[in-house]
Write a protein that binds this ligand. Structure first.
Ligand code: C6P
Length: 416
């Protein structure tokens, strides 16, 4: 996907391996061994610039935003709104009023489900998702369907873990009001053809929300090129801290949608008779926001803007291919073999439960995630209770994969 040319610095970092030194968390021992961090789909580590920005913000500029005339409040407001502009430019959104800060992907999706879904859906209407969604892109829709009498329809996925596009197209009909789909699956690694999905959904007259939680650290996203109506993501999966995320939404939709939560900041005037809501995006940002989180997300966006994403994709694919080959050689079954994959490797070993795999490799200093990955319908689709999942970020290398493989060999020895 192409970036907004304006958002790109003059020279991009193509030597991805050199970036590893920028992540202090990686420079530690766990259980007496060098940490190998392969749980990036759950949360990625923060680079030096993000950590420094957080320290600076909390130690010098900590104050509330949009409220005070004093210097610290103004600095905090400038930093917070500056971060919003950075996110806007990075996503190539048409205005800062289309960027709503949230707690993360989950809150962004709940906002849309509750506000748009609650006001739009009627009995018999349909919300079309896919079988590979994370629970965060299932349950908010289930809740609003229960409230409104609409129906939640999951589109099937193939044995490789790709959306069955023919079936998806057939499920779209005049009752489909909203389509919600992951850009990248957290459990399978599949990169979905979201441009095509948006096109098909719009042709059917539906709005489209893209869950970008697993995409942002791996590819450049241009929301105008995608033409999606909503794009949701979390800071902590793209080198920023937890507790901050974004909902991008087209202005015209945000204007029509009712507020999601009430409180300070989202109002212009309040009386017991009538409240007038604030302008966008503040109408959707009730209460004191996560100011330091937003400023740190701005720093993470600056960091990502320096990276050559073609070089990054090549680096991650090399790692994924190498790791896939190595786990297959151990007799593992890979769950999710889509043609287009991001750096996620989900697998099961015949003789060892995924949780035991996780515990044994952890004792070797290797962090992976095991379980259903908040995607129980995916586990059901593939007939497994859980998988072990190694997920890569730009700072991982072939040594990390070798250490994972050593840990897996140890698990196989113990359970042999
Ligand atoms: N997946 C994982 O280990 P939050 O928790 O709001 O930051 O993100 C939720 C979410 C939504 N969609 C997708 C595709 C996701 O992967 C996630 C988070 C983590 O896979 C934690 S369960």
């Amino acid at each position: 996907m192409s970036a907004s040319p304006k958002a790109r610095p003059e020279r991009l970092i193509t030597d991805i391996a050199s970036l590893r030194a920028r992540f202090p968390a990686l420079d530690q021992q766990v259980h007496g061994k060098r940490l190998v961090y392969l749980d990036n789909a759950a949360s990625s580590q923060c680079p030096d610039v993000v950590l420094e920005t957080m320290l600076e913000q909390q130690s010098r500029n900590h104050a509330n935003v949009h409220r005070g005339v004093h210097a610290l409040s103004q600095r905090a407001t400038d930093a917070y709104e500056g971060a919003r502009e950075k996110v806007r430019a990075y996503l190539n959104a048409s205005g800062v009023d289309e960027i709503v800060f949230t707690r993360g992907t989950t809150e962004s999706i709940n906002l849309v489900a509750s506000s748009l879904g609650g006001s739009l859906l009627e009995p018999g209407d349909e919300v079309l998702i896919t079988q590979m969604e994370h629970h965060s892109n299932i349950i908010p829709w289930q809740l609003v369907c229960e409230r409104t009498g609409a129906r939640l329809v999951p589109a099937p996925i193939t044995d490789r873990g790709e959306i069955d596009l023919d079936a998806f197209e057939k499920l779209l009909n005049e009752r489909t009001r909203i389509v919600a789909v992951a850009h990248v699956s957290n459990a399978l690694g599949t990169v979905n053809p979201v441009e095509r999905i948006v096109e098909l959904a719009h042709r059917a007259g539906a709005y489209v929300l893209v869950d970008g939680a697993q995409a942002m650290a791996h590819m450049r996203v241009d929301v105008q090129a995608l033409d999606c109506d909503f794009y949701a993501f979390s800071g902590h999966k793209m080198f920023a801290p937890t507790g901050i995320g974004v909902l991008y939404a087209k202005r015209a939709l945000l204007e029509r949608m009712p507020p999601y939560q009430g409180g300070g900041e989202m109002i212009l005037t309040v009386s017991f008779e009538k409240t007038v809501y604030n302008a966008l995006p503040y109408k959707f940002e009730a209460g004191t926001p996560n100011i330091t989180g937003a400023v740190a997300l701005g720093a993470a966006v600056d960091f990502l803007s320096t990276i050559d994403f073609d070089a990054l994709a090549a680096h991650e694919h090399r790692l994924l291919d190498y790791a896939t080959e190595k786990v297959l050689a151990l007799g593992a079954h890979v769950i999710g073999t889509a043609e287009s994959k991001a750096g996620v490797l989900s697998f099961v070993l015949d003789r060892v439960h995924a949780h035991d795999v996780g515990t044994i490799v952890d004792s070797e200093g290797v962090a992976i995630r095991t379980g259903h990955h908040c995607a129980m319908p995916v586990m059901e689709r593939f007939g497994v209770p859980a998988t072990a999942r190694a997920s890569f970020a730009l700072y991982n290398n072939a040594d990390d994969v070798d250490r994972l493989i050593l840990g897996l060999k140890r698990a196989l020895e113990i359970f042999a």
